[in-house]
Design a protein around this ligand. Structure first.
Ligand code: ADP
Ligand code: MG
Ligand code: MG
Length: 442
């Protein structure tokens, strides 16, 4: 592995077995925890959250490029979510054929029509990237997608740097251990929530975490909850069901759950894949940053090729291109959470079925990114200890708070590296495919 972990370590099975035990204990000691699959709603039995035995080499230049562009992405997300005309135009074709997006859009419209109950906007974004490998060995940063209202693994990833540093030291790689940066997205995410809470101006306001039915990843969220409690801000965890049953809005559209006032933010449409594709069309970024060509350039440099499947000549071109070389692309519907994308020959099957109808507008086509595979060991409970060819995805957390027209906070607050075996084309940590990792800057 180039500039990574020496082969003599990677292939020493006795050492690897020892290091895996050391690594698991270090993860438990650091609090890189998850509840077990069998009892997702009890903390009696917990285990380490799946992670890589070693950190993964990431070139410094692209890593800092990703951090540097984050505040501009925050601004962009904010501008888009403030621009109903842009959203309506960008999403028109998708709304026509995709119920899910249509519903989200109607909620968004309703909120705008009723007038915002509070002029405080809180943005928590994570922009995800892969490093596309050039023929000359260079790697370039390409955005996979942006997730709005995304805080997942912001907690646990603040504890993994010490785990990997420890493993490297035990493996005799002291120099390498210094190339893992500190990272604390949990603190940064909580700081933004706290700022919004403060501007909201009510000591009684509570920050509500809307959680899923099964709560295996509770410790990750607890890091952020605890950061808020440290600032004397109350938090509560509610399942979606609880909110619909016991929640109510007062005439100022403040949400109350069981008599407690809740500080609440709606997710928005700026992070949809269709918007991502529209942003990549010529001239669109310029509309959002009219006098800032250098920002346009910085954002655009991270775009992969993205293609419309709308009805019309552009869409026809995309269909023909995808059918001619499906392995070069990923076909994406408007969904979140991993496991929805379509690859390879399946692209042809799906497109053959929808290419003559408006149904094809529910998808976008994207260039497939080819990261350099790196060997590593993926540690997961009951998983076999075996060497795998792995691909990584770098996420960068950004936060912003706006009050009326003033951006009062706009920050890049940390990163998240997730790694999966290259046999899996899709999926996140929660989906059980990707595991937590750290960049080893090279
Ligand atoms: P989701 O909202 O479901 O997370 P993503 O766009 O992030 O959707 O896609 C899910 C996964 O599919 C990514 O984490 C990545 O592993 C893979 N993927 C997505 N787009 C590409 C691409 N253009 N090239 C290679 N892999 C991709
Ligand atoms: Mg997503
Ligand atoms: Mg994703």
């Amino acid at each position: 592995m180039a500039q990574g972990i020496p082969d003599k370590i990677m292939s020493n099975t006795t050492l690897i077995k020892d290091l895996a035990d050391v690594a698991k204990d270090a993860a438990l000691l650091q609090g890189v925890l998850m509840r077990i699959h069998e009892t997702p709603n009890s903390s009696e039995l917990v285990t380490y959250a799946p992670f890589t035995l070693f950190p993964t080499p990431v070139p410094k230049a692209v890593f800092f490029q990703a951090l540097a562009v984050q505040t501009h992405y925050n601004t962009l997300v904010d501008k888009i979510s403030q621009d109903p005309d842009f959203l309506e135009e960008a999403l028109a074709s998708t709304i026509a054929v995709d119920d899910f997006t249509a519903r989200l859009f109607r909620i968004h419209q309703q909120i705008l029509k009723e007038g915002r109950s509070q002029s405080i906007v809180l943005g928590l974004n994570r922009s995800d990237y892969m490093l596309d490998q050039g023929d000359d060995g260079s790697s370039s940063l390409k955005q996979i997608e942006i997730n709005t209202f995304a805080a997942s693994f912001g907690g646990l990833s603040s504890r993994t740097p010490d785990v990997h540093r420890h493993v490297l030291k035990v493996a005799g790689q002291l120099e390498e251990s210094r190339r893992i940066l500190d990272n604390n997205p949990a603190a940064g995410l909580a700081k933004a929530v706290a700022k919004a809470w403060e501007l909201y101006g009510s000591e009684r306001a509570v920050v509500m975490f809307l959680v899923e039915e099964g709560q295996r990843n509770i410790f990750d969220q607890r890091y952020i909850e605890n950061e808020l409690w440290k600032r004397n801000i109350s938090t509560m965890r509610k399942r979606f069901d609880d909110v619909t049953k016991t929640g109510s809005l007062d005439q100022d559209k403040r949400l109350f759950v069981r008599e407690k006032r809740v500080f609440f933010e709606f997710t928005h449409l700026a992070g949809t894949k269709k918007v991502q594709q529209v942003l990549a069309s010529p001239g669109v970024l310029e509309k959002f940053f009219p006098d800032q060509p250098q920002i346009v350039e910085q954002i655009r440099a991270t775009f992969a090729g993205l293609y419309t499947l709308d009805m019309g000549p552009e869409g026809e071109k995309t269909v023909a291109m995808a059918l001619a070389a499906p392995d070069r692309f990923v076909l994406k519907p408007q969904r979140e959470g991993g496991g929805n994308n379509i690859y390879g020959s399946e692209i042809c099957q799906v497109l053959q079925g929808v290419k003559e109808s408006t149904e094809r507008m529910a998808y976008i086509l994207m260039d497939k990114i080819h990261p350099n595979p790196v060997q590593n060991y993926l540690l997961r409970r009951d998983g076999p200890l075996k060497i795998s060819n792995c691909l990584s995805e770098l996420g960068v957390f950004g936060t912003y708070v706006r009050q009326g027209k003033d951006m009062v906070m706009n920050e890049c607050v940390g990163h998240l590296l997730r790694t999966k075996s290259s046999e899996h084309s899709d999926g996140g940590v929660a989906a059980g495919v990707a595991v937590l990792d750290n960049p080893l800057l090279v």
